[in-house]
Design a protein around this ligand. Structure first.
Ligand SMILES: *Cc1c(COP(=O)(O)O)cnc(C)c1O
Length: 409
C-alpha cells in the first residue's frame, strides 16, 4: 500500500488529495520519503516564520516541555504572561490592551465574534447593535461562527443556516459608508485577502474604516492571521496605515508551526469580556506561549520584519524580471505575494513547480501565492527564480493558450 492509499482510506475527505508526503524539513527546504529536496515557498501557509526545524523553535519546545507544558487557565504561567505583554507591545495597544489565547486562527476569530456581540449588547443586555459587517470574499475561518463571517457563499452553502447577524459588503469606502449605522457592532476586515488571491484593499481603506467605525461606535476588528507576525514588512498589516483598531486576531506565523492563536484588544474593547464569557482548555498554555514567545523574539532580534519587506521587494523585482507571458503582475505586501496570471492555469503551475522541486500554492485558478519563511535570503530567492521560471516555461510550452481565456485585469 502506498501513502496515497493510506491517506485516501483514513483521512477525512474535506481536503483534496495530498500532493506529496514530507518527512523532514530544514530552513526553507522540505524532503519527501524518496529523499527528494524541495524549496518551500508556502511555509505551511504562512506559518513557518522561521522555516523548518529552526534551532530556536526546537529549543523552546524541548525546554518548555521539560519544564511545564500545561496547567489550565485556572492558573498563570511565566511564558503566557510574557507573550501577552510582548503581543501588546508589538501591536502597540498600550497598557489598556488585553490578550485572549486560543489554538488557531478560527478560535481567535470566534473570540472576536463574541467580542463584537458583547459590544453589540453592551449596557442592558439587549442587542442594541445586532449587525456585523464583513467584506465579501474575505476569509475568516471554517468553524460555524467564522464561516458566518466568511464572505464566500460556496463555502457557506452546505452548512446553512449560518449564525445570524453578519452582512457582507464590497471592499470600498463607499460601500462601508452606506452600510454603517448605529446598529452595527463591528466591522471585520482582512487587510490583504490571502485566500481570495492576495487581494489588496483600496488605498486609504483602513484609515477611512477607522474614522467611519469610530463615528458610528462600531468596533474595527482586523484579521491579521495571515498578514501578522511581520509577514508584510510591519509586525501587523494595519500598522502600514498608522491607525489603532479595536481588536486584531493573530495565529499562523505567530507560533512558527506550533498551533496558537490570539485576540488582542485595544482601548475600551479590552473591558468587554468578563469572567465566564469565554474560555479554552488548551488556549495560552505554557508550551504554546513559550514557543510563540521564542519565535517572536527571534523575528525581532534577527530583524526579520525588515527582511520580509526587503526580500518581498527583491522577489517582486525578480518575478517581473522573468518577463513571463503568463504573469500579469504581483499583489500583496512584503513576503505575502500574489502572482497574477493571464490565464486560469495556476494549478498547472503549482504542479509543474513541484515537479521542478518547488512548493508554491494557488488560492484560485489565476493566482500563485508565495508566503515563504521570513528568514529567506539571496540563495533561496535565486533558486526560487530559477525553479519558478522553469515551471512557468513548462506550463507555457504544454498549454496551447486560448486567448479567449485571458483574465481581464
Ligand atoms: C488561515 C486564516 C484563518 C483561519 O485560521 P485557522 O488557523 O485555519 O483556523 C482566518 N483568517 C485568515 C485571514 C486566515 O488566513
Amino acid at each position: 500500500m502506498s501513502w496515497q492509499d493510506d491517506a485516501s482510506r483514513d483521512l477525512v475527505r474535506s481536503f483534496g488529495d495530498r500532493m506529496a508526503m514530507f518527512v523532514r524539513g530544514e530552513g526553507a527546504y522540505l524532503w519527501d520519503a524518496d529523499g527528494r529536496r524541495y524549496l518551500d515557498f508556502l511555509a505551511g501557509i504562512a506559518v513557518n516564520s522561521l522555516g523548518h526545524a529552526h534551532p530556536v523553535f526546537v529549543e523552546a519546545i524541548a525546554t518548555q516541555a521539560a519544564t511545564l507544558a500545561h496547567v489550565s487557565n485556572y492558573f498563570a504561567t511565566p511564558p503566557q504572561l510574557a507573550l501577552a505583554s510582548r503581543l501588546k507591545r508589538l501591536a502597540g495597544t498600550g497598557d489598556e490592551g488585553r490578550v485572549y489565547f486560543g489554538n488557531s486562527g478560527a478560535e481567535a476569530n470566534e473570540a472576536a465574534f463574541k467580542l463584537a456581540r458583547l459590544h453589540g449588547a453592551a449596557g442592558d443586555g439587549v442587542a442594541a447593535r445586532p449587525r456585523i459587517l464583513a467584506l465579501r470574499d474575505a476569509f475568516h475561518g471554517r468553524t460555524m461562527g467564522t464561516l458566518a463571517l466568511t464572505g464566500k457563499p460556496y463555502m457557506q452553502e452546505p452548512f446553512l443556516p449560518m449564525v445570524p447577524g453578519v452582512e457582507f459588503i464590497d471592499s470600498t469606502i463607499d460601500a462601508l459608508e452606506a452600510a454603517l449605522d448605529d446598529r452595527v457592532a463591528a466591522l471585520f476586515v482582512e487587510p490583504i485577502k490571502g485566500e481570495a488571491g492576495v487581494i489588496d484593499l483600496p488605498e486609504g481603506y483602513l484609515t477611512a474604516a477607522r474614522e467611519l467605525t469610530r463615528k458610528r461606535g462600531a468596533l474595527l476588528i482586523i484579521d491579521e492571521i495571515q498578514t501578522g507576525a511581520g509577514r508584510t514588512g510591519e509586525w501587523f498589516a494595519f500598522q502600514h496605515a498608522g491607525i489603532a483598531p479595536d481588536a486584531i486576531t493573530v495565529a499562523k506565523g505567530i507560533g512558527g508551526g506550533f498551533p496558537i492563536g490570539a485576540l488582542i484588544t485595544f482601548g475600551s474593547a479590552s473591558n468587554l469580556f468578563y469572567p465566564g464569557t469565554h474560555g479554552s482548555t488548551f488556549g495560552g498554555n505554557a508550551l504554546g506561549t513559550a514557543v510563540a514567545g521564542a519565535v517572536l523574539e527571534e523575528i525581532e532580534s534577527a530583524g526579520l520584519v525588515a527582511n520580509a519587506a526587503e526580500r518581498g521587494r527583491q522577489l517582486r523585482a525578480a518575478i517581473d524580471g522573468l518577463d513571463s507571458p503568463l504573469v500579469s503582475g504581483c499583489r500583496g505586501q512584503g513576503l505575502l505575494v500574489g502572482v497574477g496570471l493571464h490565464h486560469p492555469v495556476a494549478k498547472a503551475v503549482v504542479a509543474a513547480a513541484q515537479e521542478h522541486g518547488l512548493i508554491i500554492n494557488a488560492p484560485n485558478d489565476e493566482t500563485i501565492r508565495l508566503v515563504p519563511a521570513l528568514t529567506i535570503g539571496d540563495v533561496e530567492i535565486d533558486e526560487f527564480v530559477e525553479l519558478f521560471g522553469a515551471a512557468l516555461r513548462t506550463v507555457e510550452d504544454a498549454l496551447v493558450l486560448d486567448p479567449s481565456e485571458e483574465i481581464s485585469a
